[in-house]
Design a protein around this ligand. Structure first.
Ligand SMILES: Cc1ncc(COP(=O)(O)O)c(C=O)c1O
Length: 347
């Protein structure tokens, strides 16, 4: 039976067109040493990303984690304080990198579906007093993974950015899934980050490229980010091998994200009928279910689904996450719904 993998949209494999793009770039002699800016494919990808994101410049980085860290380190000083949402990726899932690598002090705050309310930000900005760390930045995660792929609208981002900028803070957008937000809201990605000083996007999640993320912002930021990337060991040589599929990802993989969103809604519409389940209608491609009222935890659910060739991660306690992606079609989604219903209704 086909294995249906819902662990993450990072599991998506490159398309034939992506592999062909690597071969074509090689045949056209386009690869070079990107540390000295001689890889024309990387240069093309960075220019394209900057244009799409409405920023002056962009920089290819190895991963989303590196992109977030590069963005933070390039715009702050050691000892500064960074306001992050309590369940955000930068705070919870990046191995404490802002503290360990940058001496930055995360200030986690409670959001509403992943969104830090402007009044919450206003309240937590430290006074300009030597007793306190200087509050230097706020991070917006859009979509917000742990809040179930929740979208943050342009008005919400702008309102938060206004408070941040009025108080001298920078705004960084962790846009690992920014295109999911843009597609769900039917707006361009650039409108969502217009007020952000820096943005990170991932090519290797729903967009199916094998490797790579980009950071974007003004020329000054990117100049500094290039040095920070080097410092972190992220200066790459013939990185056109990564950039070629990345260009295809940006050109061909954004619009289809709506299929993942439709399948997420389909899964939700089936699972919501299971007695005792906790579930929220997904905005994008991520469905979380709460199992508090059910006799099965996420580990057991993942083990029992695995017996039916369906993969989810099992480490979320009494929550389970299903991430819809390009390799999971409507029929697979219905199979997953049947399997989950079968396990949870009879347990
Ligand atoms: C919201 C968010 N930000 C950042 C990242 C980090 O990306 P990477 O796994 O490429 O380091 C992820 C990865 O899943 C993510 O979900």
């Amino acid at each position: 039976m086909k294995i249906v993998d819902l662990r993450s949209d990072t599991m998506t494999l490159p398309t034939d067109e992506m592999i062909e793009a690597i071969v074509n770039a090689h045949k056209s002699n386009r690869f070079g040493d990107d540390v000295v800016r001689e890889d024309s494919v990387v240069n093309e990808l960075e220019e394209k990303a900057a244009r799409i994101l409405g920023k002056e410049a962009a920089l290819l980085v190895t991963s989303g984690t590196q992109g977030n860290l590069v963005s933070l380190l390039s715009q702050t000083y050691r000892g500064d304080e960074i306001v992050v949402e309590r369940q955000s990726h930068t705070f919870k899932f990046e191995a404490g990198s802002m503290a360990s690598m940058g001496g930055l002090f995360p200030k986690p705050v409670e959001g509403v579906r992943g969104y830090i309310l402007p009044e919450t930000l206003q309240e937590v900005i430290s006074p300009d007093d030597t007793h306190y760390a200087r509050t230097a930045m706020v991070v917006v995660e859009n979509t917000h993974n742990y809040a179930g792929g929740a979208v943050i609208t342009k008005n919400q981002v702008d309102a938060l950015a206004e408070v941040a900028h009025d108080n001298g803070l920078k705004v960084h957008c962790d846009g690992a899934r920014l295109f999911n937000a843009a597609v769900a809201l039917s707006v361009s990605a650039k409108t969502l980050v217009e007020k952000a000083d820096s943005v990170m996007i991932c090519l290797s999640k729903g967009l199916s490229a094998p490797v790579g993320s980009l950071v974007a912002g003004n020329e000054e930021f990117i100049h500094e980010a290039r040095r920070t990337r080097k410092r972190l060991g992220g200066g790459m040589r013939q990185a056109g091998l990564i950039a070629a599929p990345g260009i295809v990802a940006l050109e061909t993989m954004v619009d289809r994200l709506k299929e993942d969103h439709e399948n997420a809604k389909l899964l939700y519409s089936r699972l919501r009928n299971i007695p005792g389940i906790e579930i929220e209608e997904p905005d994008t491609n991520i469905v979380f279910i709460g199992l508090d009222n059910l006799p099965v935890d996420s580990l057991e659910l993942s083990n029992r689904l695995r017996e039916q060739d369906i993969l989810i991660y099992g480490g979320y306690g009494t929550r389970s996450r299903f991430v819809l992606n390009r390799h999971v079609d409507r029929e697979d989604t219905l199979r997953v719904a049947d399997a989950v219903e079968g396990i949870l209704k009879v347990s």
